[in-house]
Design a protein around this ligand. Structure first.
Ligand code: SAM
Length: 310
């Protein structure tokens, strides 16, 4: 594991250059290491960092500014799996200045240069066994990493999360099930959004388990967690809701959703699937128009799961 440390340069170890190397594909910048190994082939450029920050703002609104859902008073050590732009990890480090926050991600590119001194970011593949000692953490956070976790890895990923927690510590997982839904059933198989979902799920069928959000309860229980809860929350793609709060969340999420369907699918659809770049852009343009259509009432099922190590 390589460490790209806190804000202090003197504490920063140099990272293996293999992790830094990038490759341009269809006008976006990707991490070469991740694309070569099909770990998480999603851009690592400024656009994606901005998108993740905007997406974090959506979650803040959705979760009423709560970072940690289980009853934890004073966490000393926090692990953030797949920290991305470090938006969540930075806020956790600021909210708990006495805590050490450790972030792990395959890509070091998206986090800002300046981060709090109690946040440590490391480069590692979550598909590999964790390098942390058993019982090191009070809290493990894992948000939106499913497209980067190998299908066969899930049981051991949950066991690793369990192992690194102290007794009494909690795991919190948040995942989108990318199977777009319509609150009034008006989305059909011919809609661009539905075709996006179908293609995205099919392309990764053999190596990633994108239906895992619906199974997090049993995965957590099998790993030994107790007091497990897995709740589905509709994440609106536009402001279709009559409820004021949900409408505001949908309005906030619409821009993120338009960028997300592009950045997450660009490599899989054009490099792995048999979709030309031109057809890809046509599909994205159509799906974006549908994201603007309040009548379709589109949403992604978002799953939020917590479990305690006894
Ligand atoms: C959609 S972003 C989410 C970032 C952050 N968790 C958040 O919610 O804002 C997914 C992040 O997980 C990382 N990731 C995906 N699969 C990974 C893996 N196998 N090992 C390490 N990091 C991974 C990606 O590099 C990316 O930064």
């Amino acid at each position: 594991m390589s460490t790209s440390g806190s804000s202090s340069l003197s504490e920063t170890c140099s990272l293996d250059s293999a992790y830094w190397r990038t490759v341009h594909i269809h006008g976006r910048e990707f991490q070469d290491y991740s694309v070569e190994r099909v770990i998480y082939p999603v851009p690592i450029d400024e656009d994606e960092a901005d998108r993740l920050n905007r997406q974090h703002a959506v979650f803040r609104r959705l979760f009423d500014n709560r970072l940690i859902f289980p009853p934890i008073e004073d966490p000393k050590r926090i692990l953030d799996c797949g920290y991305g732009s470090a938006a969540w990890a930075i806020e956790a480090a600021e909210k708990y200045p006495e805590a050490e926050v450790i972030g792990v991600d395959i890509s070091p590119h998206l986090k800002p240069v300046e981060t709090p001194g109690n946040l440590w970011c490391q480069v590692d593949d979550l598909n590999e066994p964790f390098n942390f000692k058993p019982g090191e953490f009070d809290f493990v956070h894992s948000r939106l990493v499913a497209p980067g976790i190998n299908r066969s890895r899930w049981p051991s990923y949950l066991r690793d999360c369990f192992s690194v927690l102290k007794s009494g510590g909690w795991l919190q997982m948040v995942e989108i099930y990318f199977n777009v839904q319509s609150d009034n059933g008006t989305l059909t198989e011919n809609h661009g959004l539905r075709r996006w979902s179908k293609t995205y799920l099919e392309i990764f069928e053999n190596d990633k388990d994108l239906r895992v959000p619906t199974r997090m309860q049993s995965l957590m229980e099998t790993a030994g967690f107790t007091q497990v809860q897995n709740r589905m929350i509709p994440l609106p793609l536009n402001g279709w809701s009559r409820n004021e709060r949900d409408r505001a969340i949908g309005n906030l999420n619409s821009d993120n959703a338009k960028h997300m369907i592009n950045s997450m699918a660009l490599w899989p659809f054009t490099e792995r699937g048999e979709i030309s770049l031109e057809s890809f852009y046509v599909m994205i343009a159509r799906a974006r128009t549908e994201i603007d259509d309040l009548n379709l009432r589109p949403y992604f099922p978002l799953y939020v799961a917590i479990g305690k190590k006894p």
